[in-house]
Write a new protein. Structure first.
Length: 83
């Protein structure tokens, strides 16, 4: 069984930068409770990647591929813990 730190380290990106991006860009639409509710729609790492892409498109954010990886890494490290 993998521990959270083991699978979190395997994702590319900078979690601290992801948090900065989230705080600066995503909190205008929703708070962090969207990530922790029992009926959350994201159920896999692939689903998380798709949701981040969808949200950034809807919010008209022009993040680089590296910034997208940072956001995904932060969200996964902090809330989702997908392998």
């Amino acid at each position: 069984m993998l521990m959270p730190s083991a699978y979190a380290a395997s994702l590319p990106g900078d979690s601290a930068e992801g948090k900065r991006l989230l705080d600066a860009n995503c909190m205008e639409c929703h708070q962090t409770d969207v990530y922790t509710r029992k009926d959350r729609s994201v159920q896999s790492l692939e689903g998380l990647k798709e949701q981040v892409a969808s949200c950034t498109h809807m919010a008209k954010k022009d993040f680089s591929a590296s910034e997208m990886q940072d956001l995904i890494k932060y969200l996964n490290d902090t809330f989702y813990h997908f392998e």
